[in-house]
Structures are given as structure tokens and as C-alpha cells.
Design a protein around this ligand. Structure first.
Ligand SMILES: [Zn+2]
Ligand SMILES: [Zn+2]
Length: 309
């Protein structure tokens, strides 16, 4: 099952001619999940040229303009495709009021059901077939959540030679063992799944953190992420200003990735508009000094999130 993340925009505060505002689209087979929707997100989505049909759910970190002003346009765009299922929107308090007011004042044409759920406390907010999305608190100038998309653990690898050794020939019995059932081997011996399967393997994990002060408790939330997308708004020299505005410097995102454990890749995002493209290098260098597996996310970048085993 394919899992991939597309960077729709990597900018913070304001869109620039070649840098849309922070938004990430996660695609798991036919299902689409959007994290934040700043101004112009529908343009960014179209530029990706995905043959997309519908977004299942949208997760909003907080109600600052650079993370939500793209929402009305996106909701209208979604009326262009037929859909039977509702669109779910999750976010902090007042997200329902924002969506409702936009719909009312703008007389938006919407031909499908929108269900807005405000997150009152950190919890699993969305559950799908084999995965869930969990919201956890960040520390910003208003209520803000980070999100972790986590797949269920997978069964361990099946070892055919062990099955044969125990007198279970290739065939339907193998499927039953793989499905977790105990079967009978030759001579009536009992063969359990654990006799022929390795240890359970972890599912894949994607996490999304912006906007926030650095604090060490973010690390356990993103532990084991195959892809950790995190705000890296400023260089180290501007740390006092970052702290004052409750934002993070790039090296702090790297510190979280390093301390969390088992993070495969960090993608920085939500850059300050003060940095031109070629100046983002300083953010990357400072982050890589702490966590080498860091990349600068760029608009329209695609990350394939693969099973490690
Ligand atoms: Zn922001
Ligand atoms: Zn903000």
C-alpha cells in the first residue's frame, strides 16, 4: 500500500511568488489527508497535477491566517468532484466558527456534507482502516496542535520453511497461519502463527509539527516517524526573536528529530519569508549538524514513505 507526502507549500507568514504557504497532502492509496491550508492551497494542489478525487479529512494546526485562509477556496474546489462521503475537518477551538462563517458570508456553493470537529484535548481524532491520526499539543500564541499519522503494526514476516518443517504444506493453511489462526500440521501437531512468523513489524508514521516553541515533550510524540515534517522558521542567530514569537529555529526541529529516536527523515517547513531560496541553506546546515537526515522541503516535493522491512 503506497503512502506518500506531497509538500503543497513550505512558506510561513505570507506566500511568496515561488513559495506557497505551509500545507502537506498525505496520500495513502486512494485516500487523501491534508494538513493545514494557507492562502492559495487550491492552486498548489492543482499544480501538483494529481488525479485527485476527494480529500477525506483536513487537519488544521491552528487558526492563524497563514494556515487556514486557503480553506474556503478548497471547500469550493471540492464541490467540483462528486462525493458521497462527508469531508471531515479537525482543528482547535473556533475552527467550526471559521468554516461556518465563511460558508454563510461567502454564500459558498457546497454540494457535500462537511463535518467539523474541534479538538478539545490531545487524543486520537481520526481512525481509518489500519491507521489513526492523533493530535498533540504545541505551544504557540494560540491553541495549536501537532498531528501524528500512525499505521497499525503489521504481522511479522512469514517463513515458509518453518511451516514446511512443521508439516504444513503450501496452500490455504498458510493463509490461515498468516491471518493469525492456529492450524494442524502433519501427524496432528499444533502449529501456531508464532511458530512460523517473525515478530510484529511497525507500521509507517508521518508527523506534522508547526507552529510552536521548542519544548522537549514534542519528541516522544514524533518518535519513530518515517517522515517528520517540522517548522524550521529561523536560523540560530534569530533564536531570541523566534522564542518571542513562539516559533522554532531549524536546529531545534533537528533536536526534536534526534531526541525522539527512530526518526528516519526530517523535512523542514514554514520558512520565514526573510529567507530567499539560496539563503535557506543556513537553516539546512544548522539542522544537519544536529540531525544529518534533514532535508529542506520545497513546494511540490514528493516523499515516498516506505516500509523499512
Ligand atoms: Zn504560521
Ligand atoms: Zn501561527
Amino acid at each position: 500500500m503506497n503512502l506518500e507526502a506531497f509538500i503543497l507549500g513550505c512558506g510561513g507568514m505570507m506566500p511568496l511568488p515561488h513559495r506557497h504557504l505551509t500545507s502537506v497532502l498525505l496520500r495513502r492509496e486512494g485516500d487523501l489527508f491534508l494538513f493545514d491550508a494557507g492562502e492559495g492551497t487550491q492552486v498548489a494542489l492543482r499544480r501538483l497535477n494529481l488525479r485527485w478525487k476527494k480529500i477525506n479529512a483536513i487537519f488544521i494546526s491552528h487558526t492563524h491566517a497563514d494556515h487556514v485562509t486557503g480553506l474556503p477556496g478548497l471547500l469550493m474546489l471540492s464541490s467540483q468532484v462528486d462525493r458521497d462521503e462527508p469531508l471531515y475537518i479537525y482543528g482547535p477551538p473556533r475552527i467550526a466558527e471559521y468554516v461556518e462563517t465563511s460558508r454563510r458570508v461567502l454564500d459558498m456553493y457546497i454540494n457535500y456534507e462537511i463535518i467539523v470537529k474541534e479538538i478539545q484535548a490531545p487524543a486520537i481524532c481520526y481512525e481509518g482502516d489500519g491507521f489513526r491520526v492523533r493530535a498533540f499539543p504545541l505551544r504557540h500564541t494560540k491553541t495549536c496542535y501537532g498531528y501524528a499519522f500512525e499505521e497499525d503494526p503489521r504481522p511479522g514476516a512469514f517463513h515458509p520453511e518453518r511451516a514446511v518443517e512443521r508439516g504444513v504444506p503450501r496452500g490455504p493453511l498458510w493463509s490461515r497461519l498468516q491471518a493469525g489462526e492456529t492450524v494442524e500440521g502433519s501427524g496432528g501437531s499444533v502449529v501456531r502463527p508464532e511458530d512460523v512468523m517473525g515478530a510484529a513489524r511497525t507500521g509507517r508514521k508521518f508527523s506534522f509539527v508547526t507552529d510552536s516553541l521548542y519544548f522537549p515533550e514534542i519528541a516522544p510524540e514524533v518518535k519513530g516517524s518515517d517522515l517528520f515534517v517540522c517548522e524550521g522558521m529561523f536560523e540560530r542567530e534569530l533564536l531570541p526573536s523566534a522564542v518571542e514569537k513562539k516559533h522554532m529555529a531549524a536546529f531545534q526541529a533537528a533536536t526534536i528529530a534526534r531526541d525522539a529516536g527512530e526518526v528516519k527523515k526530517l523535512a523542514l517547513i514554514h520558512y520565514s519569508p526573510r529567507y530567499a531560496e539560496q539563503e535557506l541553506r543556513v537553516l539546512l546546515d544548522e539542522a544537519k549538524a544536529v540531525f544529518p537526515e534533514t532535508v529542506l522541503s520545497k513546494d511540490r516535493m514528493r516523499f515516498s514513505i516506505d516500509y523499512v522491512d
